[in-house]
Every structure is written in C-alpha cells, then in structure tokens.
Design a protein around this ligand. Sequence first.
Ligand SMILES: Cc1cc2nc3c(=O)[nH]c(=O)nc-3n(C[C@H](O)[C@H](O)[C@H](O)COP(=O)(O)O)c2cc1C
Length: 339
Amino acid sequence: MVVDLSTKYLGLKLANPVVVSACPLTGELDVLRRLEQFGAAAAVMPSLFEEQLEQKTRDARQLSVAPGGGPLIESLAYFHELKEYNRGPEIYLKHIAEAKKAVSIPIIGSLNLTVPGDWLRYARLIEEAGADALELNIYFLAIELDTTSREIEARYTELVAAVRKEVSIPLAVKVAPYFTAFPNMARRLVEAGADGLVLFNRFLQPEIDLDAFRVIPRLALSTPDELRVPLRWIALLHGRIDASLAATTGVHFADDVIKLMLVGADVVMVASTLYRHGVNVLATLVDGLRDWLEANEYHSLEQMRGCLSQRKCPDPAAFERANYTKALTSFLSGAESNH
Ligand SMILES: Cc1cc2nc3c(=O)[nH]c(=O)nc-3n(C[C@H](O)[C@H](O)[C@H](O)COP(=O)(O)O)c2cc1C
C-alpha cells in the first residue's frame, strides 16, 4: 500500500509534514541539500533580527568603542555575534535566492521582530529574494511593571498586521505560549493576517555560572517532554481557527510526529533533534510516520489528521484538565505498585 504523506502548510503543498525549523543548519547550502535529501519537506531559514536591521543601531556600531568597556562593548559584541549567526541582511537575502536554486522544497524566510519599524521592509525584500513564505517570530519578554497584557497583545496584532501589509506571500507567526487566553490570541493573530501559527517559541532561560559569578544566556536543546505544550494547544485549536498549525519544540522521534498529526498539526518543525542525532534523523521521522500509518491501515495522512484533537477525542476534557488530581492519583497508584 502506498501511503500519501502529503500535507498543506500555509497553502503550500508539501510531500510530508516534516519541516526544518529556523536554525543555522538551513543557513548552509550544503546542509540544506542534505536536509532535502533526507526528507525535509520545507525549510525555515535562520532569523534576521530586528536589532540587525535598525539603522540607528547600525550607526551605533560605527561609533568608537567606549573606553573601559561597559554596555556599549557588550552590545557591540552581541551584534557581532548576530552577524556571525546569519552573516547580516545582505548575505541573508542572497542566501534565500541561492537556497531556492539549490533545492526544490519550499524556503521560508524568518524575521525576528518585536515592534513595527523601518525594518518591516525586510519582509518585502525576503519575498523579493524568492522566499515561498515568511515566518514572523515575535520574541520578547514583557518585563515592564506598567505594561498591561492588553497593551502587549495589541502590540502583537499590530505587528502582524504591519508585516501582512508588506508581503503577499503566506505569513506564519511564531509565538510563545504565555498568554492568559491563548485561543483568543490565536484567533486575533489570524484576523490580523497570519496564515499559520508556529507553536511555540522557547524562551532562552538564564543560567547562573557559579564559577564566573555571572548570569549567562545558554541555549539548551529541547527534550521530548516539551512536546506536551504544543500538543495540547494544537489539539485545542485544530478545526477552530482558519490557519495552518505548525508544531515546534520537543519533536525528536517518529512517535512525536505521529502524536502531533493525531491532534491536528499540519506540519511539525524540528531543530534540536537534528543537532542531537544528525540530519539523517529526518528519514527516520518520515519513515516512522509512514510505517505507523500503514500498520494502522490509513491510506493518507489526511485520513488520520486530527482524530485525537479535542473536538474528536473520546475524552475531550483530557486536553482541558489542568488540575493535578487525576494525574496525581494515577501517579501515586503507579508509584505504589513499584514499591
Ligand atoms: C541552534 C538553534 C538556533 C535557532 N535559531 C532560531 C532562529 O534563528 N529563529 C527562530 O525562530 N528560531 C530559532 N531556533 C528555535 C527553533 O527554530 C525551534 O523553534 C526550537 O529549537 C524548538 O524546536 P526543537 O525542539 O525542535 O529544537 C533555534 C534553535 C536552535 C537549537
């Protein structure tokens, strides 16, 4: 039996639902070719960051370095690192054009923004460079005491609407899960112009280096347990909003892909597993999904997608239950039997 693994994401037809998430791997043409070879159905480029695109900041970089160091030195080092990360805006745009020639899978540009500004034009430049779609990553922590959640949410929707105006290619929006009423926020992002939601961003958590007596930012790769957050929210949103749903964070094995398809994701995105297991892990994800569908006598992915989403699940309350009682009692009865 030939199983049809094809899916649609942001209106793009993909051969299967496994997409490479925004990360430096997609920024290298030779790696990108290997990602395609091992089964990636689309690739999101590493992000261009607002800080790189702000003219004033670029001007600040020209200033001579303040004697004695301090914050200016820190920020210069940071922008230097960003340039190392994606080689700066000009090369970034060139890379998109080259990537389009190097592989035949869709190429999704990525912009990391927090507010509208001059840098919005980069959305258009990414489209002009040939990207098939744009992913807008809205990544910031609300730390001001005076800023309300209403203001923060308005900032999100205004930014999405502003980017939407710049481009005609499909637009995905990547956000973190930390909203009081996520379904309502999701719907408003879609109303503002998002064609898809990428759920969810992982915020870098600070770490303390006890030897250096300093707070240090440290990127830790995800673990499979983190999958449960996108799993729940995709299950709750499937079929209820008019947008594609992409799952990111915690997808490491074929079972993770299957679970996310069962709750209704259109695609899964992977980064950490590629760093941990190598790019050939992609083939095991795609093959594992195919094998599972075959074993369960599905002819297509479409047939099974969403059959464990909240709306179709035999126990819909399981996705809503946020209290501990049931989990605690079943944990304790399992723990007792192990004594
Ligand atoms: C090394 C590395 C670099 C990343 N760079 C970006 C980036 O430039 N833009 C972005 O939106 N996400 C970036 N991410 C986040 C990933 O796209 C992804 O959302 C996150 O790692 C969770 O997925 P995972 O569990 O498969 O790693 C990066 C992740 C890693 C591991």
